[in-house]
Design a protein around this ligand. Structure first.
Ligand code: FAD
Length: 400
């Protein structure tokens, strides 16, 4: 196919995941026109949940996405921490009305498909946003005030700014900004969703529950208003490579679950279908921007999923970037992107470090495991939760 350049004042965003859709909505709300390029032919978010802390639900409310989530969110009442060796409860941290009152926004848990549908429905209701599927960015070049993106089918598009919201395996990060590759962590995540009526006894349908075992942990929480339960199991495992959805073998999960406490074992034996992701982290510092190209979301700062904040950081990125670009001339875009990195890198680095620390603490063994359990059992839950005020209490205005 012959390449053709289309002059366009639109901001170009690669990737219509949480980061790309939220950025498109936030930018359009400030008067920008946006073309969103998504490589998948259609949306395919299935079989997994996502927790959205108050710092994220506040943004979904302010972007006008929340009405499209009506009836879809669940409000976990607490985080129950269980000893995954003995089956005993270790502690219970308040969520529900407590966290909503403390931070002025609720703690939600959702099915990923519902979050994506709500973001996409909102984006598609805004005339300033063009969402294109089967549009895979393969490269980008800059000349003067223009960035040209190249699509897999040979088409090229020009814009004053290109935002790489293309996720963990970002093409822009790797092939345009030449950041270092990702390293396998030795861990995998297995995910599924069960209908509430299939959930075995002894498993909470109203809380986020986390079971801690040496070299493994399991998290589950309600989604779809409590009609379903999302499960995530993290194990040490071999690398299965780049993938966002890989079928897992229920038999291997059953083998691992045999030694687990009864309620947890029965829960893990119930699903007939799991999906598996290998977990990676950056092998070195990521370059976030270059003149008129910037990365957001997992493309810029992929955290390990042990603080449930990667998607929320993508929402924060979207709102900060749109605010910085509000009303500025195109000539100021490079300066805005530099300011974006200055504001966002420290916080997202802190989240990545805290996520990795949680992962280490969750999987402790021997004396260290006992020490962790003793600290959890002896710390007043509301004091423990105050450690996370910096995270859940974040508001853009206050942080600039
Ligand atoms: C097991 C697990 C549990 C998690 N739990 C939570 C949680 O509870 N709470 C939370 O906040 N976060 C959680 N996360 C993290 C969260 O899923 C990610 O941080 C979030 O999905 C990142 O969004 P994104 O839009 O940056 O990337 P993605 O969701 O990966 O979206 C990237 C999009 O870009 C598209 N794309 C890729 N390449 C191209 C290209 N070249 N051209 C065009 N399009 C392209 C992809 O198809 C995709 O649609 C979890 C992650 C894992 C693995």
């Amino acid at each position: 196919m012959t390449a053709r350049a289309k002059p366009s004042p639109d901001i170009l965003i690669a990737g219509a995941g949480i980061a790309g859709l939220a950025a498109a909505i936030a930018l359009a709300r400030t008067g920008r026109t946006v073309t969103l390029l998504e490589k998948r032919a259609a949306s395919s978010e299935e079989g997994a949940g996502i927790q959205i802390g108050p710092n994220g639900s506040r943004i979904l409310q302010s972007l006008g996405v929340a009405p499209n989530l009506a009836g879809k969110v669940a409000h976990p009442q607490s985080i129950r921490v269980m000893d995954g060796l003995t089956g005993r409860p270790l502690t219970q941290f308040p969520l529900g009305p407590d966290i909503a009152a403390r931070h002025g926004a609720p703690y939600w848990s959702l099915h990923r498909a519902d979050l994506h549908d709500a973001l996409r429905t909102t984006a598609q209701s805004i005339p300033a946003i063009t969402l294109r599927h089967a549009a895979e960015l393969t490269g980008a070049t800059q000349s003067g005030d223009t960035v040209t993106v190249h699509l897999a089918d040979g088409e090229t598009l020009n814009g004053p700014l290109v935002i790489g919201a293309d996720g963990l395996w970002s093409t822009l990060r790797t092939h345009v900004l030449h950041s270092p590759s990702l390293t396998f962590t030795g861990k995998c995540a297995l995910r599924t969703v069960l209908t509430a009526t299939d959930v075995p006894p002894g498993i909470s349908l109203t809380d986020t529950t986390i079971w801690l075992r040496p070299k493994a942990h399991v998290v589950h929480y309600p989604v779809r208003g409590g009609a379903e339960l999302a499960l995530v199991a993290i194990f040490d495992d071999a690398d299965i490579g780049e993938s966002w959805a890989h079928d897992a073998d229920p038999a291997s999960i059953a083998t691992r679950a045999q030694a687990f406490p009864t309620a947890l074992r029965d829960l893990l034996l119930t699903p007939t279908h799991w999906r598996q992701w290998s977990l990676y982290q950056p092998s070195g510092p990521i370059t976030w921007m270059q003149n008129r190209i910037a990365l957001i979301g997992d493309a810029a700062h992929p955290p390990l999923p042990f603080l449930a904040q990667g998607g929320v950081m993508a929402l924060e990125d979207a709102t900060v970037l749109a605010s910085l670009l509000h009303g500025v001339p195109d000539s100021s875009i490079p300066a805005c992107l530099a300011e974006f990195e200055r504001l966002r890198r420290p916080r997202t680095t802190r989240v990545m470090e805290a996520s990795a620390r949680n992962g280490r603490a969750y999987h402790l063994d021997g004396l260290m495991r006992r020490a962790r359990n003793a600290v959890l059992a002896s710390t007043p839950p509301h004091l423990f939760m105050r450690q996370y005020d910096w995270l859940y209490g974040w508001r853009y205005e206050e942080n600039t």
